[in-house]
Design a binder for this molecule. Structure first.
Ligand code: NAG
Ligand code: NAG
Ligand code: NAG
Length: 369
C-alpha cells in the first residue's frame, strides 16, 4: 500500500528543493555561517564525489572520513546533506572528485540556534549591540544580517524574518563567523549569539513557483498526558524559509508569542517555527513559503472521521503506539524516501497524501499499514 505514495512524491518533488542549498563556485573556498538544527545541503556537482571533514576545534587531527557521521549523507550527484547539524560540526567540508582532487571547500560555522536572540521590530525589541573581545588585537563582534525572507502570507497581514550571524572582525580584515575565527579558543560571551528578527509585512499576492509537494494530513494527534502538550513538525519547514501556522483558522504570530499573549501554542524559534508545541486540541495547519504543507487533526475531530469515511472502504486504524513526536522522524523518512527511494519510517503510520489542487475537491490517497 505504500508504493503509491512513493510514486506520487517521487514525481512531485524536485529532490533538491527539499533542502536549503548552499553553493560555492567550482574550485573555490567559501565561508558560511549557518544555524544548527536545520537541514542544509552543501552543493558539489561531481558524481561519485566523497567528502572530507576537518573539525574547527580539533587542532591538527587529520581530515575525517565523513561517512562516519550519522547525520550526513552524500547524494549520488555529489552534494552533501547535513541533517540537524550541531554546533560541534562547525568546520571545513571539502568535496573531492573521484580522482581525489578538491572540487569545493566550505568553511561552515553552525551557530547554536538554541541560544538565538529573538526580537520583534513592531514590539520595539532591540537586536544585540556591537561588542568587542581582545584576542590578537581588539576585535569587533557584531551581527551580520541576511536579507529579509519573504512575507509568510500574501493579500493579508503576515510576518517576515531575517537571520543574523555572529561575526568577528579584526581592524582592516574581512569579518569571519565567530566560531571559525575562534577555532580552538574556548571563549564564551553573552554577545556571541546568532539572531532572529521578525517584523510585520503586507504584500500583494503574485504568481509564484509552487514547490509542488502537495500536503499531508496527519490524523489523531493526542496531547501527551504528562506534559499536556505535543510537538508538531511542519514538513519542509526550516529556519531559512517562511513558515506559518494556523490553529482552527486563526493565524499564530510571532508578535503574539513574543508579547506573551500566546498561551496555547509555542513556535520554536530554533527551527524558525518548523516545530510547534501545542497545549490544546485544535486543527493545526502549516504553510511553507505560503504553500499549504500539512494539517494535524486531533483525535476524533470531524475531519479525522471524514477521512476515515473517505478511506475507500478500508477502515484505517491508528496504531496506539503512534506518538506525535514521531512526526519529525516520519517526515525525515519521507524526505529520505524521495532522495534514496527507500522507505524508512513510514511503517505503522496512517496518513493521507493529497495532491495540490486548485479546486475545492481534494485528491487524497489514504495509506494504512
Ligand atoms: C570512508 O569510509 C567508508 C566506510 O568505512 C569507506 O567505504 C570509504 O572508502 C572511506 N572513504 C575514504 C575517502 O577514505
Ligand atoms: C580522473 O582522472 C582520469 C585519468 O587521469 C581522467 O580521465 C578523468 O577525467 C578524471 N576525472 C575527474 C572527475 O577529474
Ligand atoms: C556594528 O558593526 C558593524 C560592522 O563593522 C557596522 O556596520 C555597524 O554600523 C555597527 N553598529 C553600530 C550600532 O555601531
Amino acid at each position: 500500500m505504500l508504493s503509491p505514495l512513493l510514486l506520487l512524491l517521487g514525481f512531485a518533488v524536485p529532490a533538491l528543493g527539499v533542502y536549503v542549498s548552499v553553493s560555492c563556485p567550482r574550485g573555490k573556498q567559501c565561508q558560511r555561517a549557518l544555524l544548527s538544527g536545520n537541514d542544509v545541503l552543501l552543493h558539489c556537482n561531481s558524481p561519485g564525489a566523497h567528502w572530507h571533514y576537518l573539525f574547527a576545534h580539533a587542532g591538527d587531527l587529520p581530515p575525517f572520513n565523513i561517512t562516519h557521521l550519522s547525520n550526513v549523507e552524500t547524494l549520488p550527484e555529489g552534494s552533501l546533506v547535513i541533517r540537524e547539524p550541531s554546533p560541534s560540526q562547525t568546520g571545513v567540508y571539502s568535496c573531492l572528485d573521484k580522482n581525489g582532487s578538491r572540487v569545493a571547500r566550505y568553511d561552515v560555522d553552525f551557530q547554536d540556534a538554541t541560544v538565538l536572540h529573538v526580537t520583534h521590530r513592531d514590539l520595539g525589541q532591540q537586536p544585540l549591540e556591537n561588542g568587542s573581545v581582545h584576542l590578537n588585537s581588539k576585535e569587533l563582534i557584531f551581527t551580520l544580517w541576511e536579507p529579509w525572507q519573504d512575507c509568510n502570507r500574501c493579500g493579508e497581514p503576515g510576518e517576515r524574518k531575517r537571520l543574523g550571524y555572529c561575526y568577528v572582525q579584526e581592524p582592516l580584515e574581512e569579518p569571519t563567523p565567530c566560531w571559525l575565527y575562534l577555532g580552538e579558543v574556548d571563549l564564551w560571551s553573552n554577545r556571541m549569539r546568532p539572531e532572529l528578527q521578525v517584523e510585520s509585512c503586507h504584500v500583494q499576492c503574485q504568481h509564484r513557483p509552487s514547490m509542488g509537494v502537495g500536503y499531508i494530513t496527519f490524523d489523531s494527534f493526542q496531547l501527551n498526558e504528562e506534559s499536556e502538550s505535543v510537538w508538531l513538525s511542519c514538513p519542509l519547514g526550516s529556519i531559512y524559509r517562511p513558515v506559518t501556522w494556523e490553529a482552527d483558522d486563526t493565524l499564530l504570530t510571532w508578535q503574539s508569542q513574543l508579547s506573551g499573549e500566546a498561551l496555547n501554542t509555542f513556535l520554536d524559534p530554533s527551527t524558525g517555527g518548523r516545530q510547534l508545541q501545542v497545549f490544546r486540541a485544535a486543527i493545526y495547519r502549516c504553510f511553507v513559503q505560503q504553500e499549504f504543507m500539512a494539517q494535524f487533526n486531533p483525535k476524533s475531530s470531524p475531519e479525522a472521521l471524514e477521512a476515515q469515511r473517505d478511506g475507500s472502504g478500508a477502515r484505517p486504524q491508528v496504531a496506539p503506539e503512534i506518538l506525535w513526536w514521531k512526526a519529525g522522524s516520519v517526515l525525515t523518512g519521507l524526505k529520505l524516501a524521495l532522495l534514496a527511494g527507500t522507505l524508512l519510517a513510514l511503517a505503522g503510520l496512517m496518513l493521507r497524501f493529497c495532491r495540490p489542487s486548485q479546486g475545492a475537491k481534494r485528491d487524497c490517497v489514504v495509506l494504512v499499514k
